[in-house]
Design a protein. Structure first.
Lengths: 141, 194
């Protein structure tokens, strides 16, 4: 029923460090995905300035008619956002799980350079498992 | 008077009995520290073999100290004189103290008399580490190989110890094997002891 189209991770300067698509609906070629990443980074920053109340932490959810976009920003400015079918539940929890996988398998990897594209086998394996588990749980409800 | 325990005061800190110490250490803290150790050594060397050697040397220092500590704490100041004795000490006691569990298996090599292997599904030090493709067969388990070499060397069983990845069918991640190759003199002594 509800499905994830794609997952993006962007570093604190807006560069895309990880992109994964699930299914043909979310698929984008490299240039487009880079563009979406920097576009979202700018929109996120602008929304913090536009907010009528102080202390706004940026856009968390964007609802459009054909997709939803959930975004999670860590304390260091790294943003995790997922494009999914409208009405998908529990994306915030999934983003937190992905953040935990990032801290474990990317940040504790001595061969990973900060702010660079993520090329960690363990991160990919565990991410696939997490998405799979989430998919099963969602379809079970 | 309701019992008020009086802690014996030691005038000299060296007279205090050795404590068992905290049994648990944060895995994340260790993982970050180990990651920094690897990164620091990477900046100092030109090639992968050198990096492995440095990690092994770091482990050697740990192994020598671990042997002293465990002999005092767990074995009542007795020392191992037989090959199988020291191997099962490494496989069980050392592994339990360092990694919280005994090693998965201890095997004797089939091809050579002087080879023994300790296998683990996934070494604790490698838990969060993904080796990039261009580093080939490099294994951060060289640190653990160094620990084993330190223990064996200090116990009087000189050996060459290396860590290898062994691909397993049906599993995505390869097993890790610590290969121990004992020196000639160890086998001769073992044969003499009967």
């Amino acid at each position: 029923m509800a499905a994830i189209y794609s997952l993006y991770i962007i570093n604190k300067s807006g560069g895309l460090i990880f992109y994964k698509d699930y299914g043909s609906k979310g698929r984008m070629d490299t240039n487009d995905s880079l563009r979406v990443a920097s576009l979202w980074h700018s929109m996120h920053a602008i929304s913090q300035q536009l907010s009528p109340t102080t202390g706004c932490s940026g856009i968390e959810l964007l609802e459009a008619d054909t997709f939803d976009l959930h975004c999670f920003q860590s304390l260091t400015g790294t943003k995790f956002f997922v494009v999914c079918e409208p009405g998908t539940q529990h994306m915030e929890a999934l983003l937190k799980i992905i953040y935990e996988l990032y801290t474990d398998y990317v940040l504790k990897n001595p061969f990973y350079e900060m702010e660079m594209p993520i090329r960690c086998e363990l991160f990919d394996i565990n991410l696939t498992q997490a998405i799979q588990k989430d998919r099963v749980a969602l379809s079970g409800r | 008077m309701i019992g008020v325990g009086k802690i014996k005061q030691y005038s000299n800190v060296l007279d205090k009995p050795l404590s068992k110490g905290k049994q648990e250490v944060s895995l994340s803290a260790f993982a970050f520290l180990f990651s920094e150790l690897v990164q620091y050594n990477q900046t100092q060397v030109d090639n992968i073999a050198e990096l492995e050697r440095r990690l092994e040397d770091a482990g050697y220092a740990v192994g020598a100290r671990v042997l002293e500590l465990l002999c005092h704490r767990d074995k009542g100041n007795r020392r191992e004189t037989r090959l199988l004795g020291i191997l099962s000490f490494v496989h069980s006691t050392v592994w339990k103290v360092l990694f919280g569990k005994v090693a998965d298996s201890l095997e004797k090599g089939t091809e050579h008399e002087d080879e023994y292997m300790i296998s683990e599904k996934e070494l604790l030090v490698n838990k969060f580490i993904s080796i990039p493709k261009d580093m080939g067969t490099f294994n951060c388990g060289a640190f653990v190989a160094g620990i084993v070499r330190g223990v064996l060397d200090s116990a009087g069983f000189p050996a060459v110890v290396t860590a290898h990845f062994v691909p397993m069918e049906g599993q995505q991640r390869p097993r890790t094997t610590i290969l121990i190759k004992f020196a000639e003199e160890v086998l001769q002594r073992e044969a003499r002891l009967g």
